[in-house]
Design a protein around this ligand. Sequence first.
Ligand SMILES: C[S@@+](CC[C@H](N)C(=O)[O-])C[C@H]1O[C@@H](n2cnc3c(N)ncnc32)[C@H](O)[C@@H]1O
Length: 248
Amino acid sequence: MAEYFQRVGPDWHSQWAWDNYEPTILALARQFGLRRICEIGGGRDPLFTKEQAAAAGIEFIVNDIDAGELALTSPGLKTACFDIAGDLSEPDVARGSYDMMVSRMVFEHIDGVEQAWRNINALLAPGGVALTFFPTLWAPVFALNHILPETASRAIVHALFPARREGGGDPKFPALYDWCRGNPALLTPMLNRAGFTDVHIQRFWGHGYFDRMPGLKQLDHAFNALAARTGWNLVTTYAYAVVRKDRG
Ligand SMILES: C[S@@+](CC[C@H](N)C(=O)[O-])C[C@H]1O[C@@H](n2cnc3c(N)ncnc32)[C@H](O)[C@@H]1O
């Protein structure tokens, strides 16, 4: 999977990761001929609408653990309600059936990420690809979110981002950060254990949380630029984890 990212050459700043997530999914789908794509934890805010999926020539299925979130998803999309880290006993589970599984801002909420990766291996068809996009510790902003009690971090996020207040349409889910790290040397052995030999971790630094705080924004940007230049894994802010299941 590394060759694709070597060729594309992503920027170090996480803004690239946000701006290019959907295009990356579609480019990988085209490159590997992947048609049936499941978004894990797509909930009320899936990556593609029915029209966008049709235009891209993909079959798009939205998964979530919460049927209430799936009830709010974009109209006309197929849904599959199950826990990606569970025992895969739910009726909506279809093993070996997806060509691609993707997720955005879900893995930090999952209790049992290694099991989730094992389940992804079971749910993918041979040669299938998974791409997850998640925030990483110990970036100071997420480390703070991790160590503060949930009520305090919720209050800060609600103050900074009014849309994420209760009933604001963009709720804050509790974050656990299990295996949410940017260090390839940490993640790769876990992904190998989950059954994947073809693994790539794309690291990003920087974030937008201080965008409305002049001074702090520039200081933080300088810190992240230096961390990116030196490849400091401990303080990555986000990562893409990309794996391909063996063709069998
Ligand atoms: C922060 S929201 C992200 C929603 C969307 N992916 C986005 O980018 O806006 C996290 C979503 O993951 C779902 N989720 C959490 N744990 C899950 C699990 N174990 N299996 C499937 N979905 C899960 C939540 O219900 C929620 O809809």
